[in-house]
Ligand binder design. Structure first.
Ligand code: SF4
Ligand code: SF4
Length: 476
């Protein structure tokens, strides 16, 4: 809701009187009922869990830096092996004296996973994914699912689709894995198999179609099938046909993922494959794919930086100066919520910032040597979050990141504050977002220019406030 957008009182429920009052008042810098609730919530939380220390201040950015006790989502690397070689991936191989060879690393065992989860982390989602990892090569994968299931309903598995044989398909359906995300990159066999060497196009198609058929035969809601298509110059003209193929296979969604060109040794062939330099061709195929997706009931998604180029937006549209995905410039920061939301845990227990950090020596701590809580609240994470929010002392790794767009620090602060409020239900994050209301125009404009769906302040306010009211028995 922008400052100019009036609250439609006619649409409010009667019990929203508090919320209406709050929405009217938050534009003023004065204490309101919600602040009292925040204070009382913090007091109650401190009394319930004295080890957390005194209630946190609402002021400054500290409540955002010192994020809630545990990450709400965690990704675990399930194995160090993959059975195919994709053009855009170099995680699966290592340099030796005799040239490149496929990486052979130990698998994540259910015992280790259980030990890592022993803290009873209140997670929303567990994802199994890693650089160079094919989940179903881990022979004990059903036990990994069981271990994760003990703590969350929402389990996501990434696969290349080649390993979904009949037995595996049955197990997936029996285990009711919520989401299977498959990498698949061509509508024509030659293209798909050139990009993913070692895969067999017809086998992958059959595996996916059979998985969906099995789910439907048992009238079960899961697994949902999501397909990721990395768009390159060599395959983008097949995208509309690929959407039709995905619909035929029974996919719920297709994501047009951005191709990231790599300078690393052995990855020279990726140069020139990104479509960032050819937005018209990208848009043309996206439009044709969207038409088919609408007709066939498939959800179409994209991610940055392609997302930003689609639907007529130029890369720098709406931005004040630099290109949004270029290295960060003075006065800007990166809009990235991974360090606030979702750590990546490697095979050796190292906790990394994001998938880009896997195997690249960017470690926040080790989940096997310290508790998750200690790592999540450790100085590495805290100082990185502070840097992202303020734009100061951003490490090179993030400053150069092409995945995260460049924004004003206030945009990042508001975004982090809304995520904090939405995730934790605590009013502190919301209060910070609202206190920055005068920056909201910039926030909304930047996110619109970047095509990033913003978190609705109104829906967050409602959720946080109602939760607070219920906590104190003031609402049903
Ligand atoms: S399937 Fe995934 S892990 Fe395996 S080579 Fe391809 S991108 Fe890398
Ligand atoms: S490297 Fe990029 S994606 Fe990873 S945490 Fe930093 S800004 Fe976010």
């Amino acid at each position: 809701m922008s400052r100019d957008e009036p609250v439609d009182l006619a649409k409010e429920e009667p019990q929203d009187a508090e919320l209406r009052d709050f929405l009217k008042r938050f534009r003023l810098d004065q204490p309101t009922r919600v602040h009292e609730i925040a204070e009382r919530s913090a007091q109650a939380a401190a009394e319930a869990a004295p080890e957390r220390g005194p209630a946190r201040s609402r002021g400054g950015i500290q409540p955002l830096v010192d994020w809630h006790d545990y990450p709400p989502n965690i990704t675990f690397d399930p194995t160090g092996r993959c059975n195919v070689v994709c053009e855009m991936c170099d995680f699966h191989r290592v340099r030796s004296d005799k040239g490149w060879k496929l990486r052979q690393m130990p698998e994540l065992s259910p015992e280790v996973l259980r030990a890592r989860l022993a803290e009873k982390i209140p997670m929303r989602t567990v994802t199994f994914s890693g650089g160079g990892a094919e989940f179903f090569l881990n022979k004990r994968w059903p036990e990994l699912i069981d271990a994760a299931r003990s703590q969350t309903r929402d389990i996501v598995v990434l696969t290349n689709g080649t390993t979904l044989n009949e037995k595996t398909r049955h197990q997936i359906v029996e285990k009711q894995i919520e989401s299977i995300r498959v990498s698949f990159h061509g509508a024509r066999a030659e293209t798909a198999m050139e990009i993913m060497r070692g895969s067999r196009f017809e086998d992958v198609k059959r595996n996916l179609a059979e998985l969906v058929r099995l789910r439907e035969a048992r009238a079960l809601p899961y697994p949902r099938l999501h397909i990721s298509f990395v768009g390159m110059r060599k395959n983008i003209d097949e995208f509309p046909d690929f959407v039709a193929l995905a619909a035929e296979l029974g996919a719920d969604s297709v994501t047009l993922s951005s191709m990231m060109e790599r300078d690393a040794e052995g990855m020279e062939h990726t140069r020139g494959q990104s479509l960032v330099g050819d937005p018209e061709r990208l848009r043309r195929n996206w439009r044709a794919g969207s038409q088919i997706a609408r007709e066939r009931g498939v959800r179409l998604l994209s991610n940055d930086p392609y997302q930003n180029l689609l639907e007529g937006k130029e890369q720098s549209a709406g931005m004040e100066d630099d290109e949004p995905h270029a290295p960060v410039t003075p006065g800007k920061t990166k809009l990235c919520l991974f360090p606030f939301d979702k750590p990546f845990v490697g095979l050796n227990g190292s906790v990394g910032l994001c998938c880009s950090s896997t195997g690249r020596n960017v470690e926040m701590g080790n989940a096997d040597l310290a508790s998750f809580r200690a790592v999540w609240h450790g100085e590495n994470y805290s100082s990185l979050r502070r840097s992202l929010i303020t734009g100061e002392h951003l490490p090179d790794f993030c400053a150069q990141c092409p995945r995260a767009p460049n924004v004003h620090p206030k945009t990042m602060e508001i975004h982090a504050a809304l995520l904090h409020a939405r995730t934790t239900g605590r009013a502190a994050g919301l209060w910070i977002a609202l206190r920055n209301a005068r920056h909201r125009r910039r926030y909304v404009a930047e996110l619109a220019a970047l095509n990033i769906p913003r978190v609705g302040i109104r829906s967050v306010a409602r959720a946080v406030l109602m939760r607070g009211l219920r906590h104190f028995g003031l609402a049903g």
